[in-house]
Design a protein around this ligand. Structure first.
Ligand SMILES: [Zn+2]
Length: 78
């Protein structure tokens, strides 16, 4: 049986004000996939992003998704 490979994930990125009190241990592949989507968003930004893109009937191409994510990370809401 292979041993699960885990990473330390900061729920609030260190570069965004997080510290070692907010570490969770995540499967390494899941962790990499998470950051491909959420980059180093704070949990609040992740929720804002998901709320904004979960609109039934809307079409989101990669450009629009990335622009929305970047706008939220710059602190500019809708
Ligand atoms: Zn992480």
């Amino acid at each position: 049986m292979s041993k699960m490979k885990v990473d330390r994930h900061h729920t609030v990125p260190r570069t965004r004000g997080g510290d070692d009190s907010d570490i969770v241990m995540w499967d390494k592949k899941f962790h990499a996939s998470f950051h491909m989507i959420f980059l180093n968003m704070t949990p609040r930004e992740q929720h804002e992003f998901l709320d904004e893109i979960n609109v039934p009937g809307e079409v989101w191409n990669a450009k629009r998704l990335c622009e929305t994510r970047n706008r939220i990370m710059r602190g500019k809401g809708r």
